[in-house]
Design a protein around this ligand. Structure first.
Ligand code: SF4
Length: 702
């Protein structure tokens, strides 16, 4: 730090990356962030991971968009063909007025010619709560429907569907820090050491003080070194394994009969359903011996206080909602909800995916998960908004919107801060959809892969350049503060959305994000007792029961927000993955993130330190699998699924099962999502990113 010199300003804000929501202090000199330190936030207590500490220089990267861009009439056909350092053959610079006029006119033209449904929107979990709220309001009030979604559809939509169905709320029931009060914890389908690294420090400390940590994952994730038991189950067999564990709890009468009688419903049906899953019968299917399944069942049910954490290894399956239903049932039957050291905690991915979902940036719910099909809810929001008459039909989700473009039903899009040209499954299909759009407005900080297909690009401020609130995985609402000014003419997202809304015929008057927050509070009970002024002083966990209450770290101690206050047991059947390995495609492809790279890489691959550690795309295979294929680490491999093929370097990793291939999805030059399966979970509408049948062939050296 010594050679970085002194800073002239310090600004405390929130990390722009994962859902842990670490507070950090930007040290600023001459309007540049020169280093970052951890701050004493409720989730991190001064800790940061490598991304939060070193991944800040993307903000000053020369690729930042600094002026609005408009596609040239003589530009080459739309495709993934724009050089972000030299976009001038495709785009020309424009003034804000011209760009906003062209952006709005294109969307309005489609609305007039084909109806509002011809236009859909993707908002962003990287923006503030206020921006997410404004974005969904723009689509609903301006276009009259609910075809608005964001990346929650690709991460925890199935978990939220199961939580809403069975406990009546889509958020965590306890903060991850509550693990301090637990004596047994299950972490399943998550790799927190890489994806929620600061949360992982709590998990490691729990194990160190003697807590029983049970890690369940088809991949031998980093937390296994701290685990009491590591269950490396067969990919896709989650429901069979969890039902077998619950079978033991019923068979040996280890359940909490008092909790079940007082706070749940459908127990008899659940018990009857579980009879078909004795561990001895499920062991082969899930690849875990019956004795281990029994020991895990006894440990979790016998715990004084137990918690369950899960990640996208649970949610990103065609049976993702069923996986989550099982986890909820397991916690309920053991009475492990609503007390210190107990709870259900899906580890949320993006820094504000919780807040964006709470703010209504999803096609089936208005803010606070109030159903769009409820006439009373829609008229309440129309009153708050001053006008509005929009469809009572649930809107289309991310992958469905791409399909609707191919069908010709959707002809224009407004995409804010999302990168579907990298993040959607079956990318060839998604990119072809983007290329078909008659009018695409992209608002972002870089000329992303998605912006390659845009007609108008609106340059936005990055997170350390703007004001707004965010909500982390713990339900903690925190204030983001601007540390540096946006480059060139880039503007805060909320201002751009407002300017566009007014050009689309709406009459919006907001002078500051606090005005938006004040409006949100009128329709969101979850924000009761949380004010802008309070958030300027402190983080507040919702629900907060009084102006002095820091918020409830644990909820549902006295019943659930469901009829009669009862949570529900929903039995889950075993559903196979949408495609299974065969002679042609004998291996299983699974995708995920790495510690150093964030999602589609647009920020972290432009961060010097992070890109230096992980500069190249790699596919990880077990050394024996590589040997069988006649390949070694560093060789180039061709990986193919029924949707496409990519070329990528081999990495050896003993943690990957012998019939699996693991790939991160941050690298455009070897985009994993060219290969992934777009088949959806029927409830959460989440694609099966975690399971595709693939084949691997060594490529001859170049
Ligand atoms: Fe940022 Fe998440 Fe790392 Fe915390 S754990 S510093 S929020 S990326």
């Amino acid at each position: 730090r010594g050679d970085l010199g002194a800073c002239d300003r310090e600004v405390t804000s929130v990390c722009p990356y994962c859902g842990v929501g670490c507070q950090l202090t930007f040290k600023v000199r001459d309007d540049r962030i020169v280093w970052v330190e951890g701050a004493d936030g409720p989730a991190n207590r001064n800790r940061l991971c490598v991304k939060g500490r070193f991944g800040f220089d993307y903000v000053a990267h020369p690729h930042r968009l600094t002026r609005p861009l408009i596609r040239r009439p003589d530009a080459p056909p739309k495709g993934l063909n724009v050089d972000p350092a030299n976009p001038w053959t495709h785009f020309r610079e424009a003034s804000w007025d011209e760009a906003l006029d062209v952006a709005a006119a294109g969307l309005a033209r489609l609305r007039e010619a084909h109806g509002g449904r011809a236009v859909a929107g993707f908002g962003s979990a990287k923006c503030s709560n206020e921006e997410a709220y404004l974005f969904q309001k723009l689509i609903r009030q301006g276009f009259g429907h609910n075809n608005v979604d964001h990346c929650t559809r690709l991460c925890h939509a199935s978990s939220v569907a199961a939580l809403l169905e069975n406990v009546g709320s889509g958020a965590v029931t306890a903060t991850f820090n509550e693990i301090e009060n637990a004596d047994v914890a299950i972490v399943i389908g998550a790799n927190p050491v890489e994806n929620h690294p600061v949360a992982a420090t709590w998990f490691k400390r729990f194990a160190k003080r003697g807590g029983k940590l049970i890690v369940m994952d088809p991949r031998g994730v980093g937390l296994r070194r701290h685990a009491w038991k590591m269950l490396q189950f067969r990919p896709g067999s989650d429901v069979a394994m969890l039902n077998a564990i619950m079978h033991v709890i019923v068979e040996e009468e280890l359940y909490d009969a008092e909790f079940i009688a007082r706070f749940t419903e459908n127990w008899d049906e659940m018990k009857a359903h579980l009879r078909a899953f004795p561990p001895e019968k499920m062991a082969d299917l899930c690849g875990i011996d019956a004795q281990t399944l029994r020991e895990v069942a006894r440990a979790f049910a016998g715990a004084r206080a137990g918690m369950i954490f899960w990640g996208m290894g649970v949610s990103q399956h065609v049976h993702g909602t069923d996986n989550s239903r099982c986890l909820i049932s397991l916690a309920l039957m053991c009475g492990h909800v609503g007390r210190p050291g107990t709870g259900l905690h899906p580890l949320r991915g993006q820094n504000n995916v919780q807040g964006a979902s709470d703010a209504g940036l999803i096609p089936m719910f208005l803010p606070d998960y109030q159903s769009v099909t409820d006439d009373g809810v829609r008229s309440a929001f129309a009153e708050i908004w001053g006008s509005g008459d929009w469809s009572a039909e649930k809107g289309l989700t991310v992958v469905e919107i791409m399909d609707a473009i191919h069908d010709g039903a959707i002809r224009g899009m407004y995409i804010l801060g999302e990168n579907p040209a990298m993040s959607d499954p079956d990318l060839s299909h998604a990119r072809a959809a983007l290329a078909r759009l008659e009018h695409l407005v992209v608002q972002d900080i870089f000329l992303t892969e998605t912006a390659n297909y845009a007609d108008v690009i609106l340059p936005a401020a990055a997170w350390p350049e703007k004001t707004g609130t965010v909500t982390n995985t713990n339900r903690q609402v925190q204030m983001g503060r601007p540390a540096v000014p946006p480059p060139g003419e880039a503007r805060e997202d909320w201002r751009i959305i407002v300017d566009l809304a007014n050009r689309l015929g709406l009459d919006w008057r907001y002078a500051h994000p606090r005005d938006v927050f004040a409006e949100m509070k009128r329709g969101m009970k979850s924000l009761d007792n949380i004010t802008w002024e309070r958030l300027e002083r402190e983080a507040v966990t919702y629900p907060s029961l009084s102006p002095d209450d820091p918020g409830q770290a644990i909820v549902f101690g006295n019943g659930f927000p469901r009829p009669e206050g009862r949570a529900r047991f929903t039995p889950a059947k075993v559903t196979p993955p949408a495609e299974t390995p065969d002679d042609e495609y004998p291996l299983i492809l699974t995708t995920g993130r790495q510690l150093e790279h964030w999602h589609t890489g647009s920020m972290t691959r432009r961060s010097r330190a992070l890109d230096a550690i992980e500069p190249e795309a790699n596919a990880s295979l077990h050394p024996r699998t590589l040997a069988r294929l006649g390949a070694k680490p560093g060789d180039m491999l061709r990986i193919e699924t029924r949707r496409g093929a990519i070329r990528i370097m081999a990495r050896a990793d003993r943690a990957v099962a012998e019939d699996m291939v693991f790939m991160p999805f941050a690298y455009v030059e070897a985009a994993a999502n060219i290969l992934t399966n777009p088949k959806l979970d029927p409830f959460g509408k989440i694609p099966e990113f975690k399971f595709a049948a693939c084949r691997v062939t060594p490529e001859p050296a170049a």
